[in-house]
Write a protein that binds this ligand. Sequence first.
Ligand SMILES: Cc1ncc(COP(=O)(O)O)c(C=O)c1O
Length: 401
Amino acid sequence: MATRIVEKSSCVQMLDLKAEYGLMRERIRAVVDEVLESQHHIGGPAIAKLEEAIAKRIGVEHAIAISSGTDALLCALMAIEVGPGDEVIVPSFTFFATAGVVHRLGASPKFVDIDPGTFNIDPRGIEAAISKRTKAIMPVHLFGQCADMKAINTIAKKHGVRVIEDAAQAIGAKQDGRHAGTFGDLACLSFYPTKNLGGFGEGGMILTNNEKLGTLCKQLRTHGESTRYHHERVGGNFRLDTMKAAILLVKLDYLDEFTRRRRHNAARYDELLGKVQSSKFEIQRKEATGQQGNEAIRQQGDALSTPFVASGNVHVYHQYSILCDRRDELAAYLRDRGIGTGVYYPVPLHLQKCFTHLGYKPGSLPITEQSCTRILSLPCHPMLTEDDLQNVASCIAEFHK
Ligand SMILES: Cc1ncc(COP(=O)(O)O)c(C=O)c1O
């Protein structure tokens, strides 16, 4: 297939952070200047303000600003005393940090397959994976859609284990009217620059309604200090910088509008790509209900299927991820036409080399493994135009002709 010369103006990137920055440049420069003039770089009012603003928005009692999403997960697991001999149930179809932090504390990740519709951890698999060693369940709200928290919390309660939500990709997502981050004992956000609320550098946050756990996380954030130079336990340096908090406070003002645009883009893709799907797929899609709705559809091996949103969920489309045949060919075809895509994630965590000792073999989590070969994320960021969306959809239609 001949490579086309693409005009720069018709390129559609996965993200356009420069354009986003252009909307808020003056405000950000002003707060950066304020921090520079104050020469207050650790703690201070910007951290407290950010914690307060996010706690209020999400509806939790305590928010603790942390150095990254990964450190937030690590600190949360330290707070519930995960250690050697423990198991933490996690999905395998997620970013590495979800399982990496479990291993770093000497515990073992216990990988569970996903629901084929939502790509989130399948509660039926959790029930089967619970053992005497299970300390916690860590669902991930992948791509910006909540895992089935009602079912997960029921299982956790029945077996007396903790729930830590990995909400790194899901700020603003909701389930049955409640925000992601309000369901578990603790929840973690990431402010990595590409996230829906992306900072200028690394950043994260822990959320909880449990006062004891909140206090513990605050202590763990500063080497386990209870009072200055008195350490009841060993923590780390998990603090977020003041400058980053000040910038995040400005960016927070744009989050609702940016989320609205992401949801609009996703709805347009649903319409435009719906025309690409087979009529058989359309009929089945209409009949689909509940979390398992897409299972039958996906097993048909349709050429393309758009994201499924479980009933009761508000999806914030951190990624708009389709399943498709000939994924790598399609990605290359789009790249040749100036359209960026992403593969999240090409290798499941249970088959990563560093987890060989856990004994998982290919075929042990079939839906996860199949999704890794068929998933493709399309540009869905807030700065896309109607022309961009139509361009992406028509190139996908052209590929399928
Ligand atoms: C699902 C998930 N968990 C954890 C993380 C880790 O967050 P961070 O990159 O801020 O350390 C990320 C983001 O990168 C993520 O997508």
